[in-house]
Structure formats: C-alpha cells, structure tokens
Design a protein around this ligand. Structure first.
Ligand code: ATP
Ligand code: MG
Length: 266
C-alpha cells in the first residue's frame, strides 16, 4: 500500500487573479476509489490539473507514489482525462489518437493494436477509427478520449466528468472500464448519480475552492444540507426516501431503492 498522491497546501491562482483552489491537503492511498464533487466553478478541474501535474500550483506541492514531486517522472502512471475531449484528439484519425499514448510509452505495436481494438469494441468506436476526430459527435468524442486514456493502461486514473455527454449504454461501458480498473482512481464530477457506483470516498469541494468534507460516500451523499449549501443536490433515491427511512438506511442508487421496495412488499 502507501500513498499514490499526497497534496499539501495546494492553491492555484489563474493569471487573471481568480483563485480556483485554496489550501488543499489530501492523501489518496493506493487502490482508493475517490469522487471529487462540487458545483460548477468550485475548482474540480483545476484541482485535477494540479494533482495530475499539468499546472504548477501557486503554493504547495504534490508528491507521487511517495517518491517524487516531479509529475513528469511518473507521467506514464497517471491517466488524466481532461474535461474537454478536444484537448486529446489532435491526430488525423481516431485510431492514431488512441494509439498515441501507448506509442509514446514504447508499448510494442501488436500489444497496442490489440488494446486499441478491444477498447474500440467496448466503446463502440470500431466504425469510427479511420475518421478524423473532429468529425465525431460530442458523445463519440468523449468515448474516444476515454479510450485514449485507458489505452496506455495507467496506474492512477484522474477522470474529469467521463460520463458527461455519453448515452446510457456507453455510460455503462465506461463504468465497467472504471470498475474493472485495478489501480487507484479519482473521478471529478458535479453530478452525484454515478458516485455510489464507482467510489467509496467523497471529497466535496466548496464554492471557494477548498475542501469542505472528505468522508465516506454514504456520509456525504445522505447529508442533504451540506450538499445544498455547496450548490449540489442529493441523488434522487436519497431525496425520495429522506424523512421516510433512517439516514443509515437511505438507498443511494435506484437499484438499492428497488430492493428496499420489493423487500417491503413481501
Ligand atoms: N483559464 C482560466 N482563467 C481564469 N479563471 C479560470 C480559468 N479556468 C477556470 N477558471 C475559474 O476557476 C474557478 C474554478 O474553475 P474549474 O474549471 O476548476 O471549476 P470546476 O469545478 O471544474 O467547474 P465545472 O463543474 O463547471 O467543470 C472558476 O471560478 C472558474 O471561473
Ligand atoms: Mg470542471
């Protein structure tokens, strides 16, 4: 075990003076599944960039794998999916975009091709591989960007809203990729619906860019007033059963709510 990411006193101020994250201290252990949630503009994407070593923090530092504060030294172990898929897709074809990461890392060509074919199949991209990425729909672009991150088989995933534009069928496929991933992951999202399916720990970023809670999924997702104060809303099953069930019995997902109702009917 041991920490994968240790952030200390992390702040980031954009050149125009906007302070996006403030004094963030957090440690993510190997194998942890963490959701970083917060309202629009709370600083999730900026925190992702800082934790992924893609921006230099204004204050503080990030240590990786207990080894180094130089993200470039561990770049091939960090799978950073940025919020905007256009930031990934810059090659002539979708296939080249997905092959880019493995090629950079010197993965043998036949291994890389097998990975690309498997990911393309899983994410419904087989018929799109020879197209230029700018000729894809929004959801297709997002699936291609997800494929390009998984293609180099990173150890730690930092995924910024991977489900956003994706339809329910492919949301399930991405969910499978994420839950099958054996390493550590951080999911950055303003929507709480997928959180209980993928994470065990939730870091809630407040509207001024500092961490206001860092607890279990159940503790955060059933605390409606905390969520509302911070510009979020509990998942629908929690809202539905709040006041009906005790807090520690509230269903977090639709399938938990169904199970509860079916059991009650018996
Ligand atoms: N390039 C930039 N220059 C100046 N300010 C920025 C820039 N990018 C983001 N910001 C500001 O920094 C703050 C945090 O933005 P960030 O993108 O990290 O939020 P977020 O939590 O990811 O939001 P969303 O849910 O909309 O993706 C916001 O106030 C935003 O307006
Ligand atoms: Mg964002």
């Amino acid at each position: 075990m041991g920490p994968v990411i240790e952030a200390q006193g992390l702040s980031y101020e954009y050149p125009d003076g906007t302070t996006a994250i403030r004094n963030v201290d957090t440690t993510v252990e190997r194998g942890e599944r963490v959701a970083v949630v917060g309202a629009n503009g709370s600083g999730k994407s900026t925190l992702q960039l800082a934790l992924g070593g893609l921006i230099d923090p204004s204050t503080g530092s990030v240590r990786y794998f207990g080894e180094t504060t130089d993200a470039e030294a561990v770049r091939e172990r960090l799978g950073v999916l940025l919020q905007d898929p256009d930031d990934y897709l810059f090659n002539a074809t979708v296939r080249e975009d997905i092959e880019y990461g493995p090629a950079q890392l010197g993965v043998p060509r036949d291994v890389a091709e097998r990975r690309v074919d498997r990911l393309a199949d899983q994410l419904g991209l087989l018929d799109l591989l020879d197209r230029p990425p700018f000729r894809l729909s929004g959801g297709e672009k997002q699936r291609a960007a997800v494929a390009s991150v998984f293609a180099f088989d990173p150890n730690v995933l930092l995924l910024d809203e991977p489900f956003g534009a994706v339809d329910p069928q492919y949301r399930e496929r991405i969910l499978d990729l994420v839950t099958d991933h054996e390493g550590t992951f951080l999911l950055f999202t303003p929507s709480l619906d997928m959180v209980p399916e993928v994470a065990e720990r939730v870091i809630l970023v407040g509207q001024n860019g500092s961490i206001v809670a860092d607890r279990s999924v159940r503790e955060v997702l059933t605390d409606s007033s905390l969520l509302v104060e911070n510009g979020l809303r509990p998942p629908a099953p929690v809202e539905m059963f709040e006041g009906v069930l005790d807090r520690d019995e509230l269903p977090l997902t639709v399938s938990e709510a169904r199970r509860y109702l079916l059991k009650r009917e018996q």
